[in-house]
Design a protein around this ligand. Structure first.
Ligand code: B12
Ligand code: SF4
Length: 562
């Protein structure tokens, strides 16, 4: 019996990778090599990764197995159709088929929902007896003990950066709303026996490998044991981890000592409101810079995943995020457009709010806007994303990010050049015209004179000097968000305002109102103290009305007269 397993290519004008890029930065997923290892030994099983070699549609096989993420769905279905036309049965599994098995079943003979470990051999038996069932779903998640080593020998080794991929855990202890992992694996985080992982690593040729785990540090005790056992093997490795890893100095040190050279870290957003919205509040925005530094201090490169289009993202997000990457010398910024993947809580929310633009899965690729963003138009998000991708890999930005005293300078440069090759194919984007203004409206203004500040009491500004010994903050902090759809800028002020702060605020607002912003909503409720000069100036400009209960003011462009 002959089985052909196929990983579909993704044919896209600027997302698909050339052979050269695949060779520089790409590694094969473990999907089909794992499936091949689970196949009974009497069966002739082969793999085609369409990303690196063409599919032979004329081949005579008894079964075709096709996998695919959401973005691959239509290609997976085309492939299935070609083989089924010749009477060859096709089975599909993987993230897309597992999320939408009924849809997948319309294109294939059988669908494997979830993990294959507990059902694959049974499916083959059914096929032999001519009794293939439409759906296969294991009753329970598989045991992590005794998973056979993946058949890396079935891959074209020369085509990838490496085929040395190992999985140590499945799942993730977190449940970020946009992520498919917890939907697929449930709330489980399962670890393979360390002995088995170490044996697998020992068998690999060469000294570099990728742990394809979703979060290699999901169980700190396990990770510490694994890293300790890896040390004597003297391998170099890359993987993915949540930011929680950066908060455990011992774990980070062990990771580095065991050979970790690069980590993909899901930073996602620089806004704590966004992170809260998507159930990722464990990423603490105020610790971000420190976290990036901690990783760098261990000579580990950071590949930072950052998402654009979350509900609190306005037009300023692109520049703000890029500058963050430059400031923190993030070696490889990896930008994504928020993508509601079927099966995730994000998808359900977007669907129930009527915000999905379509269900053309091929566009659900992390680089195309497929939903209605809250604070900007689809076009602004798409163009801003394109701008950020191109700009991050302009020579100027690469220069700012790669020159630092860490080791592996050439690896940093080479991987940036490869990413540059990919991103330069992105269509032209643009930095929204308001971006600069929004940076200025999200800023801290130092004050000049905090001595005669008047304390605010409740919702009123009391005519009362600060008590002796009582200190007002000596800064005015502006938090602003622009809603492009309403053409309105919301500004929340925090801290204290003296004359200098008030003047600076008026100046910046004037700049904002000179452009397309039609309305500004100023929220003073978090301002703890005002100077009398500031009150006078703000009142004269119509920015502050001091009657009771009026701590925010809506400013219309013509009325404001700053
Ligand atoms: C390694 C990896 C990558 C690598 C892949 C390199 C490559 N050659 O593709 C990199 C980092 C580049 C990558 C990129 C992306 N990835 Co990725 N990636 C993974 C990761 C972490 C591991 C994949 C793996 O090897 N798994 C191990 C194998 C054993 O598990 P498996 O694939 O699920 O297979 C099992 C079952 O599903 C089943 N099965 C699967 N297929 C089939 C087929 C048949 C016939 C049968 C019977 C059974 C079966 O059997 C297997 C054994 O149980 C997964 C997460 C994960 N845990 O799987 C995400 C994941 C697959 N990626 C995901 C995404 C979204 C992406 C991106 C689109 C990111 C983006 N831009 O938004 C890109 C697209 C890349 C591309 N162009 O193809 C999502 C897919 C979600 C979805 N529903 O589509 C996942 C699930 C991660 C997530 N956080 O949600 N990825
Ligand atoms: S931490 Fe990462 S892998 Fe875990 S649920 Fe969140 S996005 Fe997914």
């Amino acid at each position: 019996m002959k089985i052909r397993l196929i990983d579909p290519a993704y044919d896209h004008p600027y997302i698909s990778h050339s052979q050269k890029v695949i060779k520089t930065i790409w590694f094969a997923r473990l999907t089909l090599t794992t499936l091949a290892a689970l196949t009974p030994p009497d069966i002739d099983v082969k793999i085609t990764d369409e990303n690196v070699e063409p599919i032979d549609f004329e081949e005579n096989v008894d079964l075709v197995g096709v996998t695919g993420m959401v973005m691959h769905a239509s290609r997976s279905y085309q492939i299935a159709q070609r083989f089924r036309q010749r009477g060859i049965p096709v089975v599909m599994g993987g993230p897309h088929a597992s999320s939408l098995p009924l849809e997948a079943k319309e294109h294939v003979d059988a669908v494997v929902i979830g993990e294959a470990e507990n059902v694959w051999a049974g499916l083959i038996e059914d096929l032999k007896r001519g009794l293939l069932k439409p759906f296969y779903k294991a009753d329970a998640y598989c045991s992590m003990e005794g998973i056979p080593p993946p058949r890396l020998d079935l891959l074209r080794k020369d085509a990838y950066m490496t085929v040395n991929c190992v999985q140590t855990t499945r799942g993730c202890p977190h449940q970020c709303d946009f992520c498919h992992v917890t939907h697929f694996f449930g709330k489980t985080y399962r670890c393979r026996p360390v002995d088995e992982v170490i044996e697998e690593v020992k068998r690999l040729e060469g000294d570099f490998l990728v742990f394809i785990d979703d979060n290699i540090a999901g169980n700190r005790r396990y990770a510490k044991e694994l890293f300790t056992r890896l040390k004597p093997l003297k391998k170099k490795w890359a993987s993915q981890a949540s930011m929680t890893l950066t908060r455990d100095p011992e774990l980070l040190k062990l990771a580095a000592e065991s050979g970790c050279v690069s980590l993909f870290i899901g930073v996602e957003s620089l806004s704590s409101e966004n992170l809260k919205d998507v159930n990722k509040a464990f990423n603490q925005v105020h610790q971000l810079e420190e976290a990036m530094k901690a990783v760098h201090d261990h000579d580990i490169m950071v590949v930072a995943g950052l998402i654009f289009g979350l509900d609190h993202d306005d037009e300023g997000v692109f520049e703000r995020t890029l500058r963050f990457c430059e400031r923190n010398q993030i070696e490889l910024p990896s930008f994504f457009v928020l993508t509601p993947l079927p099966g995730t809580p994000l998808f359900q929310r977007m669907e129930s709010e009527g915000r999905l633009l379509h269900k053309d899965w091929a566009q659900y690729n992390g680089a195309t806007v497929v939903f209605k963003p809250r604070l900007m138009t689809e076009e602004t998000l798409q163009r801003g994303f394109n701008w950020a991708c191109k700009e991050a890999y302009s020579w100027g930005s690469i220069f700012k990010r790669v020159f630092h005293p860490q080791q592996r300078f050439f690896t940093r440069v080479l991987s940036n050049v490869a990413y540059r090759r990919i991103t330069q194919r992105t269509p032209e984007g643009y930095l929204p015209s308001l971006s600069r203004i929004l940076q200025g409206m999200n800023d801290t203004i130092p004050l000049q004179n905090t001595r005669d500040l008047i304390q605010r009491v409740g919702v009123k500004i009391a005519e009362k000097k600060l008590l002796i010994g009582q200190k007002a903050t000596d800064t005015l902090r502006l938090y602003s968000v622009y809603n492009e759809r309403l053409k309105t800028l919301f500004v929340r002020l925090e801290g204290s305002i003296d004359r200098k702060g008030a003047k600076e605020l008026v100046k910046r607002l004037k700049g904002a109102l000179d452009v397309e912003i039609q309305k500004v909503i100023l929220d003073f409720k978090d301002v703890g103290a005002f100077s009398s000069e500031a009150i006078a100036l703000l009142s004269r400009k119509g920015l502050l009305q001091t009657e009771e209960g009026k701590l925010w003011v809506a400013v219309n462009a013509p009325g404001m007269n700053p």
